[in-house]
Design a protein around this ligand. Structure first.
Ligand SMILES: *[C@@H]1O[C@H](CO)[C@@H](O)[C@H](O)[C@H]1NC(C)=O
Ligand SMILES: *[C@@H]1O[C@H](CO)[C@@H](O)[C@H](O)[C@H]1NC(C)=O
Length: 214
């Protein structure tokens, strides 16, 4: 019996070590605590909820992108979220997400839901392939909003399916278009993202769908 316990604990330690080397670290820093928005963040959202959301967004994105193994994913060891006194809403760069305390301070409506939806969008930028910088910005933003849509955090002011002027307009318009394409071919966005690992070509759409987009 003791032998069994010993081996079981060896296996568990090994498993923990294996997961440990692929695990992602998350950090949340509020640099705006002295502002109204920074105080509202601490009171109504908080670092714990933010961290949980970073973890669940990451797992959701890996699933949407069908990146079942670490070899399929971008090699990111740590993602840091900052609540900063700045204008705009949020942006992602260098594995950091910067969220506007001013936006949080001024937001009217369901703040936690909005915050969560924006984090899903920004977290997608951390994990998505960008064709080595060649993928058009509208498509990059559309994929990030597609993930937000599939996570059920689309805000009510978004365009409805079929609205918009051009498929590559970006954001909600492109997200709706990608959702339509996924109804034609299941897993479409995952496959498109995989193709963008090293470069970009509009032909990817034809390769996957047998149709051209423009
Ligand atoms: C990843 O897992 C999903 C769900 O289990 C499966 O449908 C998909 O085929 C897998 N993809 C790869 C590339 O293994
Ligand atoms: C609202 O936004 C403005 C402009 O960014 C900012 O100066 C102000 O502090 C914000 N208000 C709150 C309560 O955060």
């Amino acid at each position: 019996m003791e032998h069994h316990m010993f081996f079981l604990s060896l296996i568990l330690t090994k498993l923990a070590a294996m997961q440990g080397c692929h695990a992602v670290d998350y950090a949340v820093t509020n640099t705006a605590i002295t502002t109204a928005g920074g105080a509202r963040f601490n009171k109504q959202i908080g670092a714990d909820y933010s961290k949980q959301t970073l973890v669940s967004a990451t797992n959701f994105i890996w699933r949407i992108f069908q990146q079942n193994n670490s070899a399929d994913r971008k090699n990111v060891k740590k993602v840091s979220l900052f609540i900063d006194s700045m204008d705009g809403v949020a942006y992602a760069s260098n594995n950091e997400i910067h969220f506007s305390a001013n936006y949080i301070g001024n937001y009217s409506g369901d703040l936690k839901r909005e915050f969560t939806g924006v984090l899903y969008h920004e977290m997608t930028h951390i994990w998505q392939w960008n064709g080595n910088g060649q993928t058009p910005g509208g498509l990059i933003e559309g994929i990030a909003d597609y993930v937000r849509l599939k996570a059920n955090y689309a805000p009510s002011h978004w365009v409805q399916p079929g609205q918009g002027d051009r498929w590559d307009q970006g954001y909600d318009v492109t997200a709706r278009f990608l959702d339509y394409l996924t109804s034609l071919r299941s897993g479409f966005v995952a496959e498109l993202n995989k193709k963008m690992r090293n470069g970009y070509n509009e032909r990817f759409f034809f390769d996957l769908l047998g149709k051209t987009v423009s």
